[in-house]
Design a protein around this ligand. Structure first.
Ligand code: URP
Ligand code: ZN
Ligand code: ZN
Length: 460
């Protein structure tokens, strides 16, 4: 099967030119002007942008959490992602404390194999680091192609590890060519504030926000960066939300340390005033919480300064009946919000169309940097000869409105209901096959593949 994309405006992290792309099987075979290969299918991309498929490195599919499961599974989640131009996701495997990494891996393989429409990989969340885990971490890197390890500095009793475990994990991961990612908030301080608010009868979603002030994130981000510096382990902070935390990274880099930063689309576009809507605010109960407009400005600037490397979603959807578990107590509202489908279109509309970032930066932070940081470049994350043909043909002028009535995620509300966007994914190609064409799904469940990843930091 061959495919020729003609006359598009090809945008990568570095380039922006009018040209053609010729694909054979799953790979890009030629890029140039007026290519004349005879292809089985020709797509005219005149007037459209042509960029690498999005990679969302922070999603939670069918994840057990806070007494329930996130409501998108591998089928519904990757299908919704494809609709929005995201061709690959990295999901989180959670080790059960007291159990092995391999048991957790097998559980996630059962969830994903034969079910995904889009490509995927896993981060391994280490929630119990001991001598056996240490050996399994090495096998994950060397045998399974899972090179990134997630840690939690919060959610005590379920997911949190202490600083001793963090340092020991970092030493092992550094030695074997992986990286450690972190949910960086001060769990003990947050638990104290939650208990205080509950004891005072303050139970609404607003108190979720007030239990996680900026300092809880700034402190933990700085502490994580210090441990990464001490061990020499590459470190990546997930879902960074605020000025205080980004300033910690800014300061640490003065000693020539590289700390990688991910923010999420909601922290760029939404703010904490949404928690003032009584229980409706539960739609945006997530950790860390939404912040202030000044933090949004910090994050947009951070993208352009190169301090914020990735825009993800932390897609962790819960249906309204699940959110109602916390109707009388904010601490029981399952944390997370749905966004896997709209990350690319929201960032294009709010970022590129409004002149906050360039189209090159858009590609860099939604795809190229993700592939580079997580050991998949140049197979993924670029438009180059020999790369997987994961390509989005995007109409930059198309206006559309986000709504629960038209989205494809398995959740019965939208966190962006009524938002009017400029720019829409028209055709989405995954490994050489048209996966989405004008809103129609063209691939079956099971088409998505697990992508083994390579080591980072020059390790082989
Ligand atoms: O609220 C969130 N972020 N839910 C998902 C779990 C996590 O902390 O990433
Ligand atoms: Zn988190
Ligand atoms: Zn998350």
């Amino acid at each position: 099967m061959s495919l020729l994309i003609k006359n598009g405006r090809v945008v990568t992290a570095a380039d922006d030119f009018k040209g053609d792309i010729y694909i054979e099987g799953e790979k890009i075979v030629a890029i140039g002007k007026e290519l004349d290969q005879q292809a089985d299918e020709v797509i005219d991309a005149s007037g459209k942008l042509v960029f690498p498929g999005g990679i969302d490195p922070h999603v939670h599919l069918d994840m057990p959490f806070m007494g329930t499961f996130s409501s998108d599974n591998y089928e519904t989640g990757t299908r919704a992602a494809l609709h929005g131009g995201t061709t690959m996701v990295i999901d989180f495997i959670l080790q059960t404390q007291g159990d092995t990494l391999y048991n957790a891996l097998r559980t996630w393989q059962q969830k994903s194999e034969g079910n995904a429409l889009g490509d995927y990989s896993y981060h391994m969340a280490v929630t119990d680091f001991n001598e056996n885990t240490r050996k399994e971490v090495i096998d994950m890197i060397n045998k399974e192609g899972i090179i990134s390890f997630k840690t939690f500095m919060a959610y005590k009793g379920a997911l949190m590890i202490d600083d001793g475990q963090m340092v020991a994990l970092m030493q092992t991961v550094r030695e074997h060519g992986g990286l450690v990612t972190v949910h960086a908030t001060n769990g003990d301080m947050i638990d104290m504030l939650i208990a205080k608010h509950r004891s005072e009868g303050k139970m609404s979603p607003l108190y979720h926000y007030l239990s996680q002030p900026e300092i809880t994130e700034a402190e933990a981000s700085g502490r994580f960066a210090d441990m990464a510096d001490y061990t020499g382990c590459p470190g990546y902070i997930v879902h960074l939300t605020c000025e205080g935390a980004l300033n910690q990274v800014r300061n640490k880099t003065k000693r020539n340390q590289r700390v990688l930063v991910e923010t999420c689309i909601q922290y760029l576009t939404l703010d904490a005033s949404l928690y003032e809507k009584d229980f409706d605010g539960a739609k945006w109960v997530m950790s860390p919480p939404l912040r202030q407009p000044k933090d949004q400005e910090t994050l947009w600037a951070g993208l352009n300064q190169g301090l914020v490397n990735v825009v993800a979603t932390d897609h962790c959807p819960f249906r309204w009946e699940q959110k109602l578990m916390g109707k009388d107590d904010f601490s029981k509202i399952p944390n997370g919000h749905p966004a896997i489908e709209h990350r690319m279109e929201l960032l294009y509309s709010e970022g590129v169309a409004k002149g906050r970032i360039t189209a090159n930066k858009f590609v860099e932070v939604t795809s190229t940097n993700v592939a580079k940081i997580f050991g998949m470049y140049p197979r993924k994350g670029c438009i180059a000869v020999g790369s997987d043909a994961d390509i989005v043909i995007f109409d930059p002028d198309k206006k559309h409105t986000i709504s629960v009535d038209s989205h494809h995620m398995n959740v019965d509300y939208s966190a962006y209901e009524g938002w009017e966007l400029t720019g829409k994914s028209q055709t989405v190609i995954l490994r050489g096959k048209v996966a989405i064409d004008n809103g129609e799904v063209k691939v079956a469940k099971g088409y998505g593949q697990f992508i083994k990843r390579g080591k980072v930091n020059g390790k082989t």
